[in-house]
Design a protein around this ligand. Structure first.
Ligand code: ARG
Length: 367
């Protein structure tokens, strides 16, 4: 009898097996083009780099461990990555960086589609080797599951030709950034295919991919050719001055229902797929906080970065009272999970996990 370890086609079917990241040895990486473009101009992170303070690593690990045991108690199998030494510099024939990033968040690196887990190209030099944190797990799945497809997208060269130099200036200003986002002028060029896994949402036969800082059009074309049985849709969210990773912007909760960040609405001309199939796109509730926690890359909209356990149950960060209330009104059972002190390590409840197994198969939700 063969054993299926890896199977996940969407963001909402009953979750049975998941990877939860670790804060071990996470670093604030040194300056590099793609990262600089993303760090908000008023951020406390500008100009500093190095290993994150130990007490913040310990606290984040405590929260991630608690989240993992909460999932385990609900009958979900949880695996954890093995941290590599992120203080090590990386030199390839094309670039050098003095440190790496961390083994958070797994969602950025690993894209699970059916029986396949695909390692993304990534677009930051400091994250080039991040997949190594997950290799012990992926090797094990490969040994145990004869149908598991372990894939890796072509590693990008990440020379300076990958980044638009006008994004490197110190002060760009939010107005200019919004204008560029509207024009789809992002920090990454079309030199070679680039994508982060967290720019992709899975809807059975359809993959919805955000074109932004971390994923370029060639990256989306690469995904289209790699998944010939899927339909791949490109989306943009013009209200976002730092467009990376779709999961604090557009959050499917169950078939027919998606939360959308009210500051980053999906443009009308990109709604056809959803409208034609009677999917409802509702504005997400406001975040409970006015600012992100210290040394955090993300915005306060990690409030909507939820992990759906099944179409009726959702994990929401425990301080996000408005988001919990909205979920309740939408008929979801809410599982509050404390995670805010781990946000600085790269994200919320969806980011810090990667699917291994959800029940169900590949459905066509947009026939
Ligand atoms: N760009 C998002 C925001 O700041 C954060 C997304 C984080 N997601 C992730 N998978 N790391 O609003």
């Amino acid at each position: 009898m063969t054993k299926t370890i890896v199977n996940s086609w969407n963001e909402w079917d009953p979750l049975r097996h998941v990877i939860v990241g670790r804060a071990d040895d996470c670093h604030i990486p040194p300056e590099e083009p793609a990262l600089d473009a993303k760090v908000p101009e008023d951020s406390d992170m500008r100009g500093q780099w190095g290993r994150r303070p130990q007490e913040t690593i310990d606290r984040a690990n405590e929260l991630l461990d608690n989240f993992a045991s909460l999932l385990t108690k609900r009958g979900i199998r949880v695996d954890r990555p093995t941290s590599i030494d992120h203080s090590k510099p990386v030199t390839t024939p094309d670039f050098h960086t003095d440190s790496q990033f961390g083994c958070m968040p797994p969602r950025d690196v690993l894209l699970t589609v059916g029986a396949e887990i695909l390692e993304a190209t990534m677009s930051y030099r400091c994250r080039w080797f991040e997949y190594l944190n997950y290799r012990p797990l992926l090797q094990r799945y490969w040994e145990e599951d004869p149908n598991f497809r372990h894939e890796a997208a072509p590693k990008p060269r990440l020379t300076d030709a990958d980044y638009h130099p006008d994004y490197l200036s110190e002060k760009i200003g939010v107005a200019q950034r919004l204008k560029w986002a509207e024009e789809k002028h992002f920090v990454t060029t079309e030199e070679e295919p680039l994508f982060d896994a967290a720019d992709v949402l899975r809807f059975g036969r359809d993959l919805v991919v955000q074109h932004g800082f971390t994923t370029n059009l060639k990256g989306i074309e690469w995904l289209r050719r790699h998944f010939p049985d899927h339909r791949v849709h490109t989306v943009n969210f013009p209200g976002d001055p730092y467009p990376i990773h779709i999961d604090a912007t557009f959050t499917p909760l169950r078939p027919g229902l998606i939360l959308n960040n009210p500051q980053r609405r999906l443009p009308d001309d990109q709604r056809k797929l959803f409208n034609d199939n009677d999917w409802e796109i509702v504005d997400a509730a406001q975040p409970a906080h006015n600012t992100p926690p210290p040394l955090c890359y993300s915005s306060t909209w990690l409030s909507m970065n939820v992990l759906v356990l099944d179409p009726k149950t959702v994990c929401v960060e425990a301080s996000e009272v408005y988001q919990m209330e909205q979920m309740d009104k939408l008929g979801m059972e809410v599982v509050p999970v404390e995670l805010r002190d781990a946000y600085a390590f790269g994200g919320g409840l969806h980011c810090c996990t990667a699917d291994v197994y959800r029940e169900g198969g590949c459905e066509d939700y947009f026939p």
